[in-house]
Ligand binder design. Structure first.
Ligand code: SF4
Ligand code: SF4
Length: 380
């Protein structure tokens, strides 16, 4: 039985086993509407501002992707003349290169000019993680939106998403930290010289183009892996993000230091558990005073779902941050940081059109293989 606790007395109003709607006689104000009934039926809804932010960044990635394809195709098909615009934002898909660039920046005292935007972007997302938790996963990442859409498809097909048993979920969640740990170990184990050599290596100069070609000329194995991940995301909400994404793991660790959290006022909570239903990370919001878990993507969905004003909020203990503020702050910081990087000359890479044509023409030679992956025969 669920009970309503009055904030100003010990009055307990019994309800039916499954709370349908707060009692009208309750002294507090409720804003119970269609959305809450939808949530009760297991439909996961999200704030319009979050969806707008996700769509904005997805659209931005599509435009950047299209510009990058036009650029790469021109590299292949022309032998002289200026190349079309190469969007530096494409380097946002090179997070490892971005992290390496950040470490190399510390070692060398200046940011490399091969993939400077990769470093600028990952540092921006890390700072946003300190401020708004895993806002990168919940508000920016197009893969996150795609994954949420697949989960919606799963609910449409099967009427629900599936959840592995708690013990298996715990083990699977650890996988993304193992993957992140492997990358961090590989980066940190490199000395300053080796790291700088990697960044200026022929391989790194074309790593963005190689990444595009990986998706354009996907092997059967690659295609199967993508299909398995997509199928997993249809069945389990956030399959890729929750279990495998090292970027999300990094953002989760960063978010642990954030002072912005979801807080709950136990005195006004009616224990309707709509916040638990709404939470895509499957956190037990309704029984927590504040959410400190690294799995919280800062999506605000629990807050939007709560029918009792001022009972659940995202922010510091005393000040709430609205979804509108988060969405606007993220977009403004992106514009400010990328604009400043451009102004200070640490946004565009320094390769000339001729150099790019030369590197791409030789991209399949051994010289452009991943450093450290050469065969013994090739080394001799
Ligand atoms: S606790 Fe709230 S903000 Fe965090 S992931 Fe769950 S619904 Fe989103
Ligand atoms: S905090 Fe959660 S359980 Fe409490 S009233 Fe709000 S939605 Fe219901």
């Amino acid at each position: 039985m669920i009970v309503l606790h009055s904030p100003d007395s010990e009055t307990v109003a019994p309800t039916t086993k499954k709370l349908r709607k707060p009692l009208k006689s309750d002294p507090r104000k409720f804003s119970w509407n269609k959305k809450h009934f939808a949530l009760q039926q297991g439909k996961i809804l999200t704030s319009g501002w979050r969806l707008a932010s996700q769509l904005f960044f997805t659209l931005l990635c599509i435009v950047i992707g299209w510009q990058f394809i036009v650029f790469v195709d021109a590299v292949y098909t022309t032998t002289s003349g200026p190349l079309p615009y190469r969007p530096p934002g494409a380097e946002g898909f090179l997070p490892i290169s971005g992290l390496m660039g950040a470490l190399d920046w510390i070692n060398q005292g200046s940011l490399n000019r091969i993939h400077p935007a990769a470093t600028v972007l990952i540092l921006l997302f890390i700072v946003l993680g300190f401020i708004f938790r895993k806002s990168f996963c919940g508000w920016i990442c197009p893969v996150g939106l795609f994954s949420e859409t697949l989960a919606r498809l799963g609910r449409w097909i099967f009427g629900r998403n599936f959840h592995p048993p708690v013990w298996l979920d715990f083990i699977l969640r650890g996988l993304k930290y193992l993957i992140l740990g492997f990358f961090l170990w590989a980066i940190l184990a490199m000395g300053a010289e080796a790291l700088h050599s990697f960044i200026t290596s022929p391989y790194n100069k074309v790593s963005d183009i190689k990444m595009l070609e990986f998706f354009r000329q996907m092997t059967v194995t690659g295609g199967m892996i993508v299909l398995i991940l997509a199928a997993g995301s249809v069945l389990v909400n956030g399959f890729w993000c929750r279990y495998l994404c090292p970027y999300g793991a990094l953002m989760g660790i960063v978010s642990w230091f954030s002072t912005v959290k979801v807080h709950r006022n136990d005195a006004t909570c009616i224990d309707c558990k709509l916040c638990d239903v709404a939470c895509p990370a499957k956190l037990e919001v309704s029984t927590s005073e504040s959410i400190t878990k690294v799995e919280c993507i800062g999506c605000n969905d629990c807050v939007s779902s709560c029918p009792v004003p001022d009972t659940l909020w995202m922010g510091t203990k005393k000040h709430a941050v609205s979804p509108r503020t988060i969405a606007i702050a993220i977009v403004i910081s992106l514009i400010a940081v990328t604009g400043s990087a451009r102004l200070f000359g640490i946004w565009d890479n320094s390769l000339t059109d001729e150099e790019i044509r030369y590197h791409v023409a030789n991209m399949d030679s051994n010289e452009y293989g991943h450093p450290g992956m050469e065969t013994a025969g090739e080394d001799e």
